[in-house]
Structures are given as C-alpha cells and as structure tokens.
Design a protein around this ligand. Structure first.
Ligand SMILES: [Zn+2]
Length: 240
C-alpha cells in the first residue's frame, strides 16, 4: 500500500445549541458543559492532529444531547433525555437537519479520499471522563478498532507502540474504555468500506489530560501526533 489518506473527525466537538432548539435547553447549562454535553478537549486535539498531517476534516460542534452523530438510527441513545420525548416528526427533523448531514459528510470524505492502491485512515477523535459511575479509568489513551479487520489491528498496534516510545508515561489500551465494534460511526462505515480500503480508529483520550493545564494538553497532543505519524509510516511500509 503506497500511501494512506488521512481523515480526522470529531463527533462530539462542542456543546452548541442551534437557536431553534434553545427552548429545550433552558436551564440545562450544567449538563451542556459536562462530559455529557460534549467531549471536553477533543476538538483542539482533532485540530492539532489534522494540522500536523494536513488531513481532511469533518467536525461537529453541536451538542450530542440534541442527536448523537456517533449513534446509529434506532439506537436507544441516539436522542438524549432532553430530545427523546419530542414528537416523532420533531425527532425526524433533528435527524434530517443535524444527524444525516454529518454522517453524509464523513462518508463522502471517505469515498472522495479512497482510490485504487490507497487506504483511507479515519481517526475519530473523542475524550472520555476519568471517572464513570464511580469507576476510575486508570489509563490515558484508548485506541478502538475491529480486531477482525487485520489492517485495523495492525494500525492500532503500531500506533500503540509508537505512543509508548514517544511518551512512556501514557498508558495506551486497545479497545478500552469501549469495544471498537460497539455502535458508532467507524462501525457503521466498516459496513460500506472494505478492510483493505478503510481503517477506522476511534481515538479516546482521558479528559484529565486535555482540560485544565494547556501545556500538558499540548504535550499529549504532540505525542499522539508523533505516534500517528509513525503508525502511518509503518502503514506505508507494511500495508498490503
Ligand atoms: Zn465522544
């Protein structure tokens, strides 16, 4: 495989509420600002990765509490507790106006970048809460992929290895805190694109590292960028 085309996306980049839906979120400032409203620190990291590699990008800055672009239609958490009880036609409108355009934009970028002899590497950038339901997550980075797709396994392991060299203090786990085959955007795209043409990795970074200390966040970003660069080089050398 001579080269890889890189696509960086960020599904939960912001907590923006479109004016049409402002009434639904009155008095919900706290939940919007929490990890449930968006992935804290994910968007700056996604921008840093994209800038460093000159990658194509698709970012969402609309709150996931409206309709979640990382959930499939019919998934119980596609809508949040704030939008779940809306009338069917209002939920359909949310899908039409917000969910579908985002999903279509990402699929269109993958299709545009795909070419014979070239693999698309799609990195979906997310962040996770350090403590969830009382359980502390004792690692810094998760790389989520489908173990049944050899090019993804290979890429995730190469990135994990490179990150270990770049920043030995970062604990990098494969398919944690979630399974790479769970419902999500990369899982959906795998149904449309073959393993030798599409590598979909969800990057999950602990929010503890991305919020508060800006210099630390930048350092983590630098390590992730350098690790990705080495994984891409490895991909070019070893891909088949
Ligand atoms: Zn997320």
């Amino acid at each position: 495989m001579p080269e890889a085309a890189l696509l960086i996306t960020c599904e939960h980049g912001g907590a923006r509420v479109p004016a049409t839906y402002a009434r639904l979120f009155a008095g919900r400032t706290r939940v919007l600002a929490s990890h449930r409203g968006y992935d804290r620190g994910a968007l700056p990291l996604a921008r840093q990765l994209a800038r460093a590699h000159g990658a194509a990008t698709v970012f969402s800055t609309t709150t996931r509490l409206l309709v979640d672009p990382n959930r499939s239609l019919g998934h119980p958490r596609l809508f949040s507790e704030i939008t779940r009880l809306l009338a069917q036609d209002e939920r359909d409108a949310l899908v039409r106006r917000h969910w579908l355009p985002y999903r279509d934009a990402v699929a269109a970028q993958v299709a545009r970048l795909a070419a014979p002899g070239r693999r698309v590497v799609h990195v979906a950038v997310h962040s996770f809460a350090p403590v969830l339901q009382g359980r502390r997550r004792c690692f810094e980075v998760g790389l989520l992929y489908d173990p049944a797709r050899a090019p993804e396994s290979c890429f995730a392991r190469a990135w994990q290895g490179a990150l270990g060299d770049e920043a030995p203090a970062l604990r990098v786990r494969l398919n944690q805190p979630y399974r790479g085959t769970a419902d999500g955007l990369t899982t959906a795209l795998r149904r449309s694109f073959r393993p030798d043409g599409y590598v979909g990795i969800e990057l999950e970074v602990n929010q503890r590292l991305l919020t508060g200390d800006a210099r630390r966040a930048r350092n983590v970003g630098d390590a992730v960028v350098a690790g990705l660069e080495r994984a891409l080089a490895c991909e070019a050398a070893n891909g088949s």
